[in-house]
Ligand binder design. Structure first.
Ligand SMILES: CC(C)(COP(=O)(O)OP(=O)(O)OC[C@H]1O[C@@H](n2cnc3c(N)ncnc32)[C@H](O)[C@@H]1OP(=O)(O)O)[C@@H](O)C(=O)NCCC(=O)NCCS
Length: 186
């Protein structure tokens, strides 16, 4: 194989709506992480959390060419302020991490909402790997919420703009958030 080829060309992923067959896989992918053990006491609690995503058909899965389950996203169409897409959760099975599947899932998330001007998610800065992953994909911190899910733990609201001239003009709120964030106010 030509070593000069980008590594991601080795991996071909597919994206499709998740159904109940993948419930266990999704729960395990999310639980088997630092994040999973911090926010959930056991696998049953993760399953309880994911139930709503499956019930609302908001879970999408990534598989490889052998049809192995790789990971999933939970994309909530109007989850942010009842208007903007919100990434409720993303997880890639540990053995498949760092080969581009997470990036693939995030791209699919954004492409699934072609008219959305902004995309929201919540990140925990202690989950440094995930936080850097989101930053690398263009998500910017716009606000902090102390004690949001766990007492003593601050969550960061992150936003990505689609960057079309029309949308940045229409949604100047994002610019305000960004300025406040840069000035250290948020
Ligand atoms: C966060 C998470 C979804 C990222 O998924 P992933 O599949 O590992 O993501 P990617 O492979 O696209 O990118 C991650 C890293 O791999 C590297 N990478 C990307 N494509 C690559 C490739 N083809 N070959 C080698 N490395 C690659 C990236 O540089 C990146 O490294 P960095 O962030 O340390 O700089 C995954 O780590 C995960 O499931 N974590 C546990 C759950 C979690 O914390 N979820 C977030 C909160 S809900």
């Amino acid at each position: 194989m030509d070593q000069s080829q980008p590594k991601q060309l080795e991996h071909v992923f597919s994206f499709s709506p998740g159904d109940d067959r993948y419930f266990q896989d999704c729960a395990e992918a999310l639980f088997e992480s630092e994040q999973g053990h911090k926010y959930f006491s056991d696998l049953d609690q993760v399953k309880h959390f994911l139930q709503l995503g499956f019930a609302h058909n908001e879970i999408y899965i990534c598989t490889n060419k052998h049809h192995d389950f790789i990971g999933f996203i939970w994309a909530n169409n109007y989850g942010a302020f009842n208007y903007f897409p919100f990434l409720q959760a993303i997880a890639v099975k540990p053995v498949f991490r760092s080969i581009g599947a997470g990036t693939f899932l995030m791209r699919q998330f954004e492409e699934a909402f072609p008219d959305a001007p902004l995309f929201f998610l919540i990140a925990n800065p202690d989950n440094l790997g995930a936080y850097r992953f989101y930053e690398r994909l263009g998500y910017c911190p716009v606000g902090k919420v102390p004690d949001m899910f766990i007492c003593g733990t601050t969550e960061i609201i992150m936003v990505k703009s689609r960057n079309s001239p029309n949308t940045t003009h229409k949604f100047s709120l994002y610019k305000v958030f960004r300025q406040l964030s840069l000035k250290g106010i948020l």
